[in-house]
Design a protein around this ligand. Structure first.
Ligand SMILES: [Zn+2]
Ligand SMILES: [Zn+2]
Length: 221
């Protein structure tokens, strides 16, 4: 057995219990924080505790609970911000306003070092993740996938037993279903995923049991 290329810990942040993840290359101990919605000091503590160097900040989409502390984490570490897709730029610009409304007055807007496109790759130490543009919950939502580890971080596209809300401005139910079935399912039933909120699952389990996107639910159309 070879060593798994990556390790990950999930740190739910903000009152919305958003699944911020610290993921790292097991060889180089270089880390990425995916979706730093808040609680930067706790995230810094987690990095330190595991002896990690923060290299990247990856953003699935521009909602406050996923991206609200990106600017603070960048200021503290100088890490490179990658993602989301540029169609979420208006949401990111609106972070201070939504932060004020939802009791997170420290939340700031930011400019990613790199906007991501469907099919892009992002590196972390000696491993890499594939990027899939999955609009529907927000227009610029992306998903990160490590093929070797069979691991994905899908933000608010898909949950255990549910799917992302599509009633926000720019949301689209048909786009979301198309992204899940057309981009996530082909990655394989064995892929384990961290959703934006709640427990982990696998694509195979959701294809069997998810009331919105199981093969059976969709065939009833
Ligand atoms: Zn969201
Ligand atoms: Zn969320």
């Amino acid at each position: 057995m070879s060593q798994p290329p990556i390790r990950a810990i999930i740190a739910p942040v903000t009152p919305l219990q958003q699944n911020c993840t610290i993921v790292w290359c097991a060889k180089t101990m270089k880390a990425a924080v995916i979706d730093p919605g808040g609680e930067v000091q706790r995230l810094m503590g987690g990095l330190q505790q595991h002896g990690l160097t923060l290299e990247k900040i990856w953003i699935t989409h521009g909602h406050l609970d996923h991206a609200g502390a990106t600017a603070q984490l960048k200021a503290l570490t100088g890490a490179v911000i990658e993602g989301p897709h540029r169609d979420d730029a208006p949401l990111i610009a609106g972070i201070p306003e939504s932060g004020a409304r939802y009791g997170m007055p420290d939340a700031q807007a930011f400019e990613p070092d790199r906007w991501l496109e469907d099919g892009d790759r992002v590196t972390l130490g000696e491993t890499e993740f594939e990027v899939y543009h999955c609009p529907g919950h927000t227009p610029g939502h992306v998903v990160f996938f490590n093929r070797e580890a069979r691991f994905a971080q899908v933000g608010d596209v898909l949950f255990q037993g549910s799917i992302g809300r599509t009633d926000f401005p720019g949301g689209s139910y048909p786009q979301l279903i198309a992204a899940i079935t057309g981009k996530l399912w082909p990655l394989g039933e064995d892929v384990a995923f961290v959703p934006g909120h709640g427990p982990m699952s696998t694509f195979g389990r959701e294809r069997q049991t998810n009331p919105f996107v199981s093969d059976e639910a969709l065939s009833e159309g």
